[in-house]
Design a binder for this molecule. Sequence first.
Ligand SMILES: [Zn+2]
Length: 195
Amino acid sequence: MNGKGLATAWTTVGTLDEGGGTSPGILSKLTLQYCGGVNEVIDLVNSGPRVFGANLLLTEREGKAVVVEYTHSHFNVREPIDSCLAVPSHFVSNEMNRYGPSMPRYPSSCYRYIRLEQLLYQNKGKIDMKIMEEIDRGHFDLSIGKTKPSPNTICRHNSPDTVSSFLRNITRGLARIVKGHPCEGNYSEYELKEK
Ligand SMILES: [Zn+2]
């Protein structure tokens, strides 16, 4: 998050459309250093080729949020539906889903994405840090319809496990972080201040 209230996060997405270009880490650093709004970042991401696939989440303090889904040579901007926007490790839009992994290839990302969307809609309008913590500790496995920690639960268990959870309230400039499984640790809160 930068001093103008613009925040970023990203997930990498497996794709065959790879090549020379900019990595999501570099794009994220350029975004925070030089950009003040979502539209500026969209222009930046679209200004040249990217090295591989990613979902780049962009949010403004005033509430605007988008996901830029991209590969080396393809690109799409996904907007919230009914004020909710979840970001998995695959592409969701019709424009991009052919370039990323499908449900049979990466069921974990699909089940966890659907579950996250359910919880976002269920809690719409009342989401705070406490509710976000509970969401990230979620152990409901949609593939079997039961509460049981697995690779298909938001708090992911079995290789690769969830290694940390990083929650942000960009309106108030707060972050909560826990290392390891969110279900096993206590979050520490940090205030993000401008220098
Ligand atoms: Zn867990």
